[in-house]
Structures are given as C-alpha cells and as structure tokens.
Design a protein around this ligand. Structure first.
Ligand code: GTQ
Length: 338
C-alpha cells in the first residue's frame, strides 16, 4: 500500500512559530540550548564539602544498634553532596559512604557491576571475602572489590582470635554515579550470606594494599609533599573507573595547586590542616572526608604536624574516555587523547 500522503507544513512566519511547530515532530533546536550543552567550562553540580567524622560516627553507631546487617545488606551512611542533594553523588562522578560492621556480623555476599575501593578507618578483626579469598581489613589498609566478584564483609567478635566488641568502619568509594548515565548495573545476591572462602595473607592478595607497604614509600619520596598511587602489580590503576593515592604533606607545607577535569574524594588519615578548593577553605582533621569537584583548583596545607591523606578519583575513567585535562597543559595537542 502506498504511504498516506503527508500534508506539507505551511511555512512558519516567525522563529517563534517555528519553535512551536517543532514540538509536533519531536525535535528541538540546538541553537536554543547551545550554551547548556556545549558550555565554555566544566560545570559540575557538586560543591566542595567536608563530612566531619566526629559528627557522623555517633549516627553510624546508632545505625549499628538499630539496623541489622541482613536487613541493610550494607550498613552505610552515604556522603551526599549538598550541591546535588541526592545519592549517589559525593562528586558528580564518585560515590563515597561510611560502612559499619558490628562484631560477629556478616554483610551478605553479593556481586555487582560497580567497582569499590575501601579505606579502613578503625576497628580490629574486620575481614572481607572477595571471590573465595578472605583477607583481613586492618586500619589504614586499602582494599578493592573488582566488578562482578562475589564479596561479603565481616568482623570478629570478643572471644574470637583478633576480635573484640568494637565495630569496624571504613570509607567506601564506588563508581555508582556512572550507572545513572549507563543504566547497566546488575546486583546479584548469593543464596547464602557467605560465599565459601579461604583465608589469604594480605601480602599475597592482589586486592589488598597494606599501609605498612605504602608508608615507607611515602617516607622515601623526596620533598615536603609526596603522592604514592595504589597500583596493581603490573602498574595499572586499581580500577578502570577509579584510581587512588596516599599523600604525605610535611608540617607547615603545602601541596602543588592543581585544576583538572578529574574529581576527587579526600580522606584525612592523620593530622590537621586545610584545603583551598575553588573559592572555599575547608578545615580538616583525622577521619574527615571532603569532596573536590571537577575543575575546582585545589591545594592542601598542613598545620604544625605531618599529614597523611588518602584520595580516590575518577582519572582512569576520564583518561579512558579522552576527557582528562589539566589547566595549563596540553593546550596545543592534536587529538592525542583520541
Ligand atoms: O560493600 O558492596 O557503600 O554494594 C555501596 C554499595 C558498599 C558494598 C557501598 C555496595 C557496597
């Protein structure tokens, strides 16, 4: 059958008539939204912000008493950036949360597309089992959970070797905001709370980055500021989306000032000081966590004692996509990130 003849539109007399008629054929003029879609500068919605550990910790403990781990699946207080006012945004591309496991609990086994990197803040006798290999979670160590690996977390109680009555608390870093754009996230529950696992020494595990190996590297590095990346044995970043570093900043010194398209979440391992992030000055101390949105110039300043910082960022993802830029560099390059 021949297609039905369409009535040719009458020519609109004005731009405003044109705009009105475009809706009827489900198109929209780019020229009306060019500045929004092709902005002159990166324009993240999140803001520089600090989460105060001493303020948040009591609520985490209350949650530990009121919300059972099986009920929660993961007992986490998510660090919600006030610029977005919604999870999972700690920066526009990074999610952070404070996770708590009580003695003798199990955060049940699951696996998902998202990548996780965890910095252990406090507590003895914590452990995580990743795809059948159980490793200890010691304060200041960093552990990763690669995508699609079964994982459950636990904590030994009083009377168990290495356990006590205190909780274990760590900072989770995940690439959850990416799955808002790529709605391809799967989370599968294992049919038992623990995936069968054997104990593995942290020094023999590719997913653990013990602090006692990182600290000597920071000490050996020259200068008042040093950064040591967490890398896999073959030199690759810990994740395809997320990378992480430990930084040392000597007393009364400052880090280089940088403005880049990567965003970061910083956590204070040790010491006090402040950071200038964009227009804001953020004062911090041990346990605090703060956000550095994309294209906000940032620099850290130590008070009168040495500082250790932990940082995770989205640079691997931006570099893979060709979106990484630092202000003042690569101005003349031709398609080198293509
Ligand atoms: O430990 O598996 O903070 O799945 C958010 C989602 C932690 C985890 C989070 C998760 C986990």
């Amino acid at each position: 059958m021949a297609p039905a003849a369409t009535t040719p539109p009458t020519a609109p007399a004005t731009q405003s008539d044109l705009l009105k008629s475009l809706q009827s054929v489900n198109v929209s003029p780019l020229w009306a939204q060019m500045a929004r879609l092709n902005p002159a500068l990166p324009n993240p919605s999140t803001i520089p912000f600090k989460w105060d550990y001493d303020q948040i910790r009591p609520y985490l403990i209350h949650a530990g008493n009121l919300v059972k781990e099986e009920q929660a699946e993961r007992r986490v207080l998510m660090l919600v950036n006030p610029g977005k006012n919604a999870a999972p945004y700690t920066t526009d591309t990074l999610y952070a949360g404070l996770q708590l496991v009580m003695p003798r609990e199990t955060a049940p086994a699951h696996r998902h597309s998202a990548f996780a990197v965890r910095f252990i803040i406090e507590g003895q006798g914590g452990f995580t089992a990743v795809h059948g290999r159980r490793v200890a979670m010691k304060p200041r160590d960093v552990l990763v959970t690669p995508p699609w690996n079964w994982h459950d977390h636990g904590k030994k109680g009083a009377g168990e070797e290495g356990g006590d009555d205190e909780p274990v608390i760590w900072l989770d870093g995940l690439d959850l905001p990416e799955f808002v754009h790529f709605p391809v996230h799967f989370n599968v529950h294992y049919d038992k709370s623990r995936y069968p696992a054997e104990d593995v020494d942290v020094n023999d595990s590719p997913i653990v980055f013990p602090w006692d190996q990182v600290e000597p590297k920071l000490a050996a590095a020259e200068g008042p500021w040093a950064a040591v990346p967490y890398l896999r044995k073959d030199g690759r970043e810990i994740g395809r989306t997320i990378g992480a570093l430990a930084e040392r900043l000597d007393a009364n010194t400052s880090s280089p000032s940088i403005r880049e398209t990567a965003s970061s979440v910083y956590h204070i391992i040790e010491g006090t000081g402040h950071s200038v992030v964009g227009e804001q000055t953020i004062h911090w101390k041990k346990g605090d966590t703060f956000s550095v949105p994309a294209w906000h110039r940032y620099q850290h300043f130590a008070d009168s004692e040495q500082v250790y910082l932990y940082r995770f960022h989205d640079k691997p993802m931006l570099q893979a996509l060709g979106f990484y830029r630092v202000e003042g560099a690569d101005e003349e390059s031709f398609a080198d990130v293509w």
